[in-house]
Write a protein that binds this ligand. Structure first.
Ligand code: PLP
Length: 457
């Protein structure tokens, strides 16, 4: 096997081991998680500590949508910091946040027109869940608080949002608000029960949803939270009209439908929001983050239905306070950069994404020729290459094979950063990627997978 790549900037590594705790650390190797030092970024490329230029395959963490080193965004951040760097969002407000709220509402489906800004995706989902609790308390339904979530889901790392997570390993060693969450199957057609067609699998999921509501009681369920495409679970695209049917069941049972668009909003699927434009659903709340600023500033939020807000205004408890706010809600710099980012998306990046996405998907799909690859799936500019031990049985490869990490290591040598997820590689490049850059990306990935096959022989 080729040696897995090491960082060679010894001083930085020594400092990191002593002082820096990276996200998702593993007990036995705390301080040694970071494998790649990134020096700078430009367009779809980043440069590592050795000066090697790499295609930013995962766009950071699904976020550098308009690409690195956009002078327009840097300028706006500077200008806003010089004009007003901060104001308390409680009893004062700033203009960028008001204008941005209106712009976001103009893109949101149905009657979703009230925007609450947070500091990222976890705080957006947490806000939506706490809002659901508040809403049901105010309207005299304190027992209606349970949350439906699915296997394969990732909704964040705050206590309640993390309690919804359904990926293997997320909750193994962690506590969570288990008493508040009811878990359903992952809507993953590739891993559907043996013997079921994809159509029958869709029906299986819908029936499971209905039976769960019947068993638990709609009067006890406050919300369903779901990603339109399960991103970190491996770009799981649910079958057929499953999402539309779940949406209707939620409506019929007075269950809030929270569409977690932290990954899919702001361009990844070629639209500002994917819920309606791609999947034909109008949720009660949409959560967003990441692409809203293309990763230039930590910002997220939720867009809430006017109907829910009206219910609160007319409730019997006009003095009830939604006891929830963040120091950095409606941050003026974040909102200013988001406005400029939205200009860039509207002025061409969204249209470009819709144009190149079919090419991106079709070129990656060709990797299914390789024996190690069980499936390539995706939508828009997000895709996942899932490796299997055996194509017939679809058995996943064991953790000790470190397939994702091996592919990542080989691709790094060849000039591509890959996001490995156990036996999967997620590809979600900056949306400005061109067809010839897609060719480069796919040919490096192909070579990385071939070298991995050689390692495993
Ligand atoms: N929701 C989804 C769908 C996500 O993919 C993520 C992060 O990847 C989150 C929520 C949490 O966002 P953040 O990491 O900004 O808190």
């Amino acid at each position: 096997m080729a040696a897995l790549r090491q960082i060679d900037d010894a001083d930085t590594i020594a400092l990191a081991e002593r002082h820096l705790v990276q996200p998702w650390p593993v007990a036995g190797s705390i301080g040694a998680e970071a494998r790649t030092l990134i020096g700078e970024g430009d367009g779809i490329y980043i440069t590592d500590g050795d000066g090697k230029r790499l295609i930013d395959g995962p766009a950071g963490m699904w976020c550098t949508n308009v690409g690195h080193r956009r002078a327009e965004l840097a300028q706006v951040m500077y200008d806003q910091a010089m004009a007003l760097s901060y104001n308390t969002p409680w009893y004062t407000m700033n203009e960028p946040s008001v204008v941005l709220a209106e712009r976001i509402a103009s893109h949101a489906p149905g009657d979703l027109d009230h925007v609450f800004f947070t500091t990222g995706g976890s705080s957006a989902v947490e806000s939506a869940l706490r809002f659901m609790q508040f809403y049901n308390n105010v309207r005299g339904r304190p027992e209606k608080k349970l949350i439906l979530s699915r296997g394969g889901a990732y909704h964040g790392s705050t206590y309640l949002s993390a309690s919804l997570n359904g990926r293997p390993r997320d909750l193994d060693w962690m506590d969570g608000a288990k008493e508040l969450v009811v878990k359903l199957s992952a809507p993953d057609p590739f891993r559907r029960p043996a013997g079921l067609s994809v159509e029958a699998f869709e029906q299986f999921l819908v029936t499971e949803f209905e039976e769960t509501i019947a068993r638990v009681g709609a009067e006890r369920i406050g919300a369903f939270v779901g990603e339109p495409v399960q991103a970190s679970g491996g770009v799981i695209v649910a079958p057929g009209s499953y999402l539309k049917r779940i949406r209707e069941i939620c409506r019929a049972n007075d269950i809030m439908y929270v569409s977690d668009e932290v990954v899919t909003a702001f361009g990844r699927l070629g639209h500002v929001f994917a819920s309606k434009d791609v999947f034909g659903i109008e949720p009660d709340i949409i959560t967003f983050a990441k692409g809203v600023t293309s990763g230039y500033f930590p910002l997220g939020g939720m867009v809430v239905s006017a109907r829910l807000m009206e219910d609160l205004r007319k409730s019997n408890h006009p003095d009830a306070m939604f006891g929830h706010g963040l120091t950095y809600s409606s941050h003026p710099i974040g909102c200013a950069v988001a406005l400029k980012n939205l200009d860039l998306l509207e002025e061409g990046v969204l249209a470009h994404t819709r144009k190149v996405a079919p090419y991106f998907q079709s070129q990656l799909k060709k990797l299914e020729e390789l024996p190690l690859v069980g499936e390539v799936r995706g939508v828009g500019l997000m895709a996942c290459v899932e490796c299997v031990a055996d194509r017939e049985s679809r058995n996943p490869l064991q953790l000790d094979k470190a397939v994702g990490a091996r592919i990542d290591a080989h691709c790094h040598e060849l000039g591509l950063l890959v996001r490995p997820l156990i036996n999967m590689c997620v590809m979600s490049p900056p949306l400005i990627i061109t067809e010839s850059q897609i060719d480069d990306m796919v040919s490096i990935l192909r070579e990385g997978i071939c070298r991995t096959m050689d390692d495993l022989r």
